[in-house]
Write a protein that binds this ligand. Structure first.
Ligand code: FHN
Length: 448
């Protein structure tokens, strides 16, 4: 009863603010806010909630995941019953964060609320939250504490689209039995902002990763207002471009023109062909074929593929947000655990060629990728040349050339019309990618 009274009071006091068209007065310079994010390059995405309980299966169909309430047309009252089952007794925030850290990840983005509307924290705004389950623990608070302890940035995904709240519109087209006559979308936005106020004030997320912005009820004007609202509560917060309407589908970058809000673009399940100078972006991807846990989906990408995707993304100036869908009991799938550990083994020796780097100073070579960090250029050699000759498509004065992971192994370089030619003696240092570090004196001149 108290929670309902508080919900009513908040709804009354949360007036729809005037739409701002100027950044909040207390906004912090974007470069200053983005500095840690640009250095980080690599984060963990976590999709976890009630949908992890059916684990992708409904009445014999096993290809569902976090969208299962919609894709399986599960009536709200039936779906709500999962709150009685949510009891991840194996959940250990410290273990999750340690696995992310050991993988070389610098930040963690978890679904505070996905499209189904279930809240993974004890919210004062709704009963459809973790406090209504047998697992009445503050999952967000425990993860925030573990991230602070292990030095990762704690970040939150939050869905604008909400299939549970009575005021959210539109209803799913198959939901004929959920009347919407009394639905008030402005009242839903007030609810969402009250929850975001809770999340920002209680857990201090470094990033708010919005999603579910594509439906017609969400507008550019509402995107500006929400962006301003979040920044008024936390001036140094980073917000993705899905707070607004600028995103061009799964390519994730904003359309030209208009004052689209959001600090970075969000390519999904894909990597842009090239970086875009001056544009921050982060490719988010699953390890297998689903974001939420699907018990039958064993189609996991290899560690070599995952590491090379990270390198490819960094060589184009982007970040990689790699997803794990934990099981209902609170454990990561074994396949995810293995890949995180193996990625970490590569990052332990080669992370310096990823963190804090900028996009390649030259055209993409056939043998691998290139990143740069000041006067150092990193050559990520996927295909170690049998004859030892590696041509790098740029001209530069090289003062040292060595293996990043084995600096005692140095190599000769020669200037040729096609660019620098390296004589790579010996075998590849790593079958995933051997990283050669060049130290450069002066400028790098790309050769097309
Ligand atoms: O519908 C969601 C989906 O469930 C998942 O959360 C991805 C991750 O970015 N985003 C939306 C699909 O674009």
């Amino acid at each position: 009863m108290l929670k309902q009274l508080m919900i009513g009071l908040v709804a009354l006091t949360m007036a729809m603010p005037v739409l701002a068209d100027e950044p909040a007065a207390n906004a912090i310079d974007q470069d200053q806010r983005m500095e840690w994010w640009r250095d980080a390059r690599f984060g963990l995405f976590i999709h976890w909630g009630l949908y992890s309980i059916p684990a992708g299966e409904w009445q014999g169909n096993t290809n569902h995941a976090e969208w299962i309430r919609h894709t399986a047309h599960i009536p709200l009252e039936t779906y709500n019953q999962y709150t009685d089952e949510f009891n991840p007794t194996e959940f250990d925030a410290d273990e999750w964060v340690k696995m992310a850290k050991q993988a070389g990840m610098k930040y963690l983005v978890i679904t505070s609320k996905h499209h189904d509307g279930f809240c993974l924290w004890p919210s004062d705004q709704t009963e459809f939250d973790v406090s209504s389950t047998p697992f009445d623990r503050d999952i967000m608070g425990e993860l925030k504490e573990a991230c602070d302890k292990h030095g990762l940035k704690f970040c939150m995904y939050h869905s604008i689209m909400d299939w549970h709240h009575p005021d959210y519109l539109p209803r799913r087209e198959w939901e004929k039995d959920r009347p919407a006559d009394d639905a008030d979308y402005d009242r839903y936005v007030t609810y969402m902002k009250a929850q975001l106020k809770e999340l920002i004030e209680r857990y201090d997320p470094a990033v708010l990763w919005f999603d579910g912005e594509w439906e017609g009820t969400w507008t550019h004007e509402r995107g500006i207002d929400l962006d301003e609202y979040c920044r008024s509560l936390k001036p140094d917060i980073i917000v993705n471009n899905r707070v607004d309407k600028g995103r061009r589908g799964m390519a994730g970058l904003n359309a030209e023109g208009t004052d689209w809000r959001g600090d970075f673009g969000t390519p999904e399940q894909e990597i842009p062909a090239t970086g875009v100078p001056g544009v921050d972006w982060e490719s988010c991807m699953t390890m297998n074929g689903h974001w939420g846990y699907n018990k039958l989906d064993k189609n996991f990408k290899s560690t070599t593929d995952l590491v090379r995707k990270l390198i490819d993304i960094a060589s184009k100036g982007g970040n990689y947000l790699l997803n794990v869908g934990p099981m209902a009991n609170g454990e990561f799938p074994e396949e995810s655990i293995e890949r995180l550990a193996e990625m970490g083994a590569w990052m332990d020796n080669n992370g310096d060629s990823i963190y804090g780097t900028t996009a390649s100073p030259c055209p993409m070579p056939e043998w691998g990728r290139v990143t740069r960090k000041g006067d150092r250029v990193f050559l990520h050699v996927f295909d170690w040349p049998a004859d030892g000759k590696l041509v790098v498509p740029f001209a530069a004065e090289v003062t040292s050339c060595k293996l990043l992971a084995a600096p005692q192994r140095t190599f000769e370089t020669n200037a040729t019309p096609k660019g620098l030619e390296l004589m790579l003696t010996g075998d590849a240092e790593n079958s995933i990618a051997s990283v050669v570090e060049l130290t450069i004196d002066g400028e790098v001149k790309p050769i097309k």
